[in-house]
Design a binder for this molecule. Sequence first.
Ligand code: ZN
Length: 164
Amino acid sequence: MLWVLLLANWLIPLILSWLYVLFAWIPGWIHFYGYVGGLTWAFDLQDETIDNWYTRAWAGWAGFGAMSVILLRDRPSQDERYGTTIAHEKRHSMQIWTLGLLQPILYITCSIFLFITAKMGMTPHIHPYLDNPFELDARHAAGQKVDIPPDEWPRGPKDHWPWW
Ligand SMILES: [Zn+2]
């Protein structure tokens, strides 16, 4: 029985990741970019003329990392193939390769926990999204600034929205 659970722990996020890609690729909202190493394939929102709920939901986001697939808002040049955003999203992909389905479960749990403690005033200097351990790890791996003080948060020091 344990092997079924272990298999499901890695197969479920792998299948969901590629179903998500198909869901956005079939109507032409995302385009295939290429293989970016580490068993990861990249897609991007190359066509900026498409204006619908999906492309609008990307406002404020640079990328999204799933299992063996990453999505990028902007199409990287060949020079950027191993650039910062790709490195960041590949790290999220690697987190899922390591933890399986536990990664999204733990990620969401961390953000909700940090959101509640911030709302209760216990952690006013902790941002539920920027200080999520999975984001700290991804920024560290990509060579980005890891510790982001409250006065540099996207919507100022009172911003505690957990998803961006
Ligand atoms: Zn991230």
